[in-house]
Design a protein around this ligand. Sequence first.
Ligand SMILES: NC(=O)c1ccc[n+]([C@@H]2O[C@H](COP(=O)([O-])OP(=O)(O)OC[C@H]3O[C@@H](n4cnc5c(N)ncnc54)[C@H](O)[C@@H]3O)[C@@H](O)[C@H]2O)c1
Length: 363
Amino acid sequence: MDKIWKIGLVGAGRGSSYGNITYRHARFDVVALCDANENTLARYQKELELSDSQCFTDYEKFINSGSMDAVIICTPILYHAEQAVMALESGINVMSEVTASNTIEGCSSIVKAAKKSGKIYMMAENTIYRPVFDEWAKLIESCKLGEIIYAEADYLHPIHALLIDPNTGEKKWRANRPPVHYCSHSLGPILYLTGDRITRAMAVGNTYRILPEAGVGAADIQLAVFETEKNMIIKMTRTQVAPRHYPIHYYHLLGTEGFVETDRFGPDRDTRMQKGLLYLKNDMKHTQLAEWPEIDTSLPDYALLGGHGTCDYSTLLQFLNALDSGKKPVLDEIRAWDMTVPGLIAAESAFHDGKWMDVPLPE
Ligand SMILES: NC(=O)c1ccc[n+]([C@@H]2O[C@H](COP(=O)([O-])OP(=O)(O)OC[C@H]3O[C@@H](n4cnc5c(N)ncnc54)[C@H](O)[C@@H]3O)[C@@H](O)[C@H]2O)c1
């Protein structure tokens, strides 16, 4: 019989997405829950049908409860590294929300702890598992786009209420996050599809006209440019305050033989299709309209409870595969570094007038 993996979940905000699907999946048993906020903890405890002894406000006690094979970390980014490292050092496998950490030191500590422990670390970059990118992967594998020379990955999402609490006026943790720090939803699919890594970064965007009281998280917009090992140029724009409704992720790959891009509306909410454009020099006279599914219909209905179409569920399946096989997931600690550190360096560059800066390799 297949092993049932005992899961601990920390952070019951976004964590409820992974909780909802893990709880219903036959190969997982949610055995412990941690949230620093007692009310949030109590609310989600009920939904997961956990006893008081399975619920914790203190992370160290939760980890030391000795009950779990793996932890799913869904706390604010500033806690990811210390929580991942503590779990790995206790012999517990980790799936962590994005991004890996808000500091290079944090990313480095994750790489070291994963190596030393031999346990699985996976960064849950869910956008990679959007079905549209399965289709784009086929285009790349068939060499129909040629060599990828340029990519764009914009993520425009005003989140005023997540920067400053509208009831209390208090700043929240995202107010301290420069927009380009949150880069893995943008860079993740590009680096995954091309198997590339970023070597240099620069960014501009250090003005605060829209929500000045929120601080660095409220930079009007930041534009980053990256260069990669395979000589690709990537352009990424990020805002957490500028008006954009609906919020969008926009992706574009330009190769020596053609291009593919998503439209700037985002997935159609009725048809659950993502529209875009495709041009393959050797197959087409002109650019054609294209569309790709947003939902993987082969998955169970409850897969939608994760949110983000079915891609949260598909991300969880990647973690399950890694746990079952004991092999590193595609999004292991090194790829987590590759998809996180360029944003940290780009933010530094934006504070230094757009100076080009090298992106280090993990030690
Ligand atoms: N992949 C995605 O699509 C996606 C979407 C949303 C959020 N996220 C990520 O999920 C994470 C959580 O985001 P959120 O919006 O739920 O944040 P949040 O601020 O709502 O916090 C989540 C929960 O963590 C709890 N918490 C805070 N500090 C804690 C600690 N030290 N120990 C235990 N619990 C603690 C809070 O009480 C809260 O209930 C972030 O890393 C964010 O980037 C990812």
